[in-house]
Design a protein around this ligand. Structure first.
Ligand code: PXP
Length: 239
């Protein structure tokens, strides 16, 4: 199975919010991403609504035809939202409310009971759960133990070290990904993936189910246009 591309449209909402109107229209952008070949759409509503707003999440749910993935810290407000909207997948991230962007995974050992309770609620609603973790075998094992359907590997360190030594950069991801496969759960990856580093990641770890990509993809779209950009990212995923 080819790795799926979920386009994170947070950045588009950031541009919209800069002027207070509805330009760019994120519903149109999401539909166009689907038409241009995205396999899914990801959003990360934050408590301060600095990019995606809760109202966007509801509106997107009504129009999307591909897989909708909602990421966030499982506050009561977040859980109420996702249980009402019922996307295909919820990705739990350990972010503090004012955090600029996700910069590490869960401590699935210390947070085991907390995560299990949340995952139970999400699963009972028929939503697939994914837990954001660092490339760490123990964190993957305890994510599985908590009942997660998938883990999402935080690929920031891979992207950061890619240019210096890509074999070294991917090694802990490969080891963790092998364990994830043995555990029988799904594998997602995201953060700082780009046209430079994406193909190698999925060459070495072809069993990645889904990558979610926002920042680099939207930046590339400024030069290449959204349609050509999505095609270029999809090309990296075809093996
Ligand atoms: N995965 C998670 C959990 C994230 O928080 C983000 C950023 O919102 C991404 C993936 C996408 O990262 P990037 O914008 O660097 O592609």
């Amino acid at each position: 199975m080819k790795t799926k591309l979920s386009v994170n449209i947070n950045k588009v909402a950031t541009i919209r919010n800069a002027r207070g109107g509805n330009n760019p229209d994120i519903l149109k952008v999401a539909k166009d991403c689907e038409a241009f070949g995205a396999d899914g759409i990801t959003v990360h509503p934050r408590p301060d609504e600095r990019h995606i707003r809760r109202a966007d999440v509801t509106a997107l749910r009504a129009i999307l035809r591909t897989e909708f993935n909602i990421e966030g810290y499982p506050s009561k407000e977040f859980l109420d939202l996702v249980l009402r909207v019922r996307p295909a997948q919820v990705t739990l991230v350990p972010d503090k409310p004012a955090q600029l962007t996700s910069d590490c995974g869960w401590d699935t050992v210390a947070e085991q009971d907390f995560l299990r309770d949340i995952i139970n609620e999400i699963s009972a609603a028929g939503i697939r759960s994914s837990i954001f973790i660092n490339a760490d075998i123990r964190m993957a094992e305890y994510a599985a133990k908590a009942g997660a359907d998938r883990v999402e590997l935080y690929t920031g360190p891979y992207a950061h070290n890619y240019a210096r030594n890509r074999e070294e950069a991917i090694a802990p991801f490969f080891e963790t990904a092998k364990r994830v496969k043995q555990l029988g759960i799904g594998l997602n990856a995201g953060h700082d993936l780009s046209l430079e580093n994406l193909a190698y990641f999925t060459d070495v770890i072809p069993w990645v189910d889904e990558v979610s990509i926002g920042h680099a993809l939207i930046c590339d779209a400024l030069y290449m246009g959204l349609e050509a950009t999505i095609a270029a990212y999809q090309k990296c995923l075809i093996k």
